[in-house]
Ligand binder design. Structure first.
Ligand code: OOG
Ligand code: MG
Length: 263
């Protein structure tokens, strides 16, 4: 395979990629490389390249830790960005097989559809004006680290725990004010989390300003047609078999059906 200039980046990428494909957590013990944030984003890029070599295609970006609830839950206090591929999209008619995941959690999100190429190298790049759709979304996160325990570089290296996402129906962004919409996450057993879109940086559109800065710093592209996940409005909840729903008032809803197969 490709040899990266940095052995620590290679090692972390190989172990995290194997953890994802085998649904077995990495035990990041003393042999785990101490990664800088730069190296962590290099690991993330390397993992994406491996996935592309296996036939996947990048379809967008996701933000993490855009709400207090998430930062508190995971003990991290900086925004992060990860990559979404087509293989992570859970379509409405699809059943998500929980045995392909380590210890999945689900969280309610808002998604944006970017309708034009924006040159993110420009300091005044305006992503918000390129948004052509917005919808209720759900993210399935699945840390590849044992116990869902990590620090900032580790979770960045692990592609921000990205594992799956589902999208509701796209709505014209001019038809809805995202400022303070109620968000309800409901699991099959009735477990619920209720929050508001205002938990996402005060207003979900603000995530796009932060994303432009992160994209510039880490050299990320967002071509026309890309999806952006703005980050969870509530803490994440373990994903269980059955039907999980996210409802966002005015915007609509989205569901995932999951089952445990005996693999
Ligand atoms: C990292 C991913 C965070 C969000 O929406 O805040 C994230 C994690 O919590 O494992 O996706
Ligand atoms: Mg998320």
């Amino acid at each position: 395979m490709r040899a990266h200039a940095d052995a620590a980046v290679d090692l972390a990428a190989a172990r995290l990629d194997a953890a994802q494909t085998s649904a077995t957590a990495v035990v990041a013990g003393e042999d785990w490389p101490d990664l800088s944030l730069d190296q962590a984003y290099a690991v993330q890029r390397e993992i994406l390249e491996r996935r592309v070599e296996r036939g996947e295609r990048q379809v967008g970006l996701k933000l993490g830790f855009t709400s207090e609830a998430k930062m508190r839950q995971m003990g991290v206090d900086e925004l992060i960005v990860g990559r979404l591929t087509d293989a992570m999209l859970v379509r409405p008619d699809e059943v998500l097989d929980l045995s392909t995941l380590v210890h999945p959690r689900v969280e309610p999100e808002i998604a944006f559809l970017i309708g034009a190429d924006v040159d993110l190298t420009q300091p005044d790049a305006d992503l918000a004006s390129a948004v052509v759709g917005v919808c209720a979304a759900m993210e399935v996160i699945d840390s590849r680290y044992e116990g869902f325990r990590f620090d900032l570089p580790r979770v960045v290296a692990d592609n921000t725990s990205a594992a799956g996402f589902a999208l509701g129906h796209w709505i014209d962004p001019d038809r809805v004010d995202l400022a303070d919409l109620q968000v309800i996450l409901t699991l099959d057993d009735g477990e619920r989390r209720v929050g508001s879109t205002s938990a996402i940086l005060g207003h979900p559109l603000r995530t796009l300003e932060r994303l432009a800065i992160l994209a510039r710093r880490w050299d990320l592209q967002l071509p026309a047609g890309s999806v952006v996940l703005a980050g969870a409005a509530t803490e994440a909840v373990p994903l269980t078999a059955g039907r999980t729903t996210v409802e966002v008032s005015t915007l609509g809803d989205v569901r995932i059906v999951a089952e445990e197969s005996d693999r």
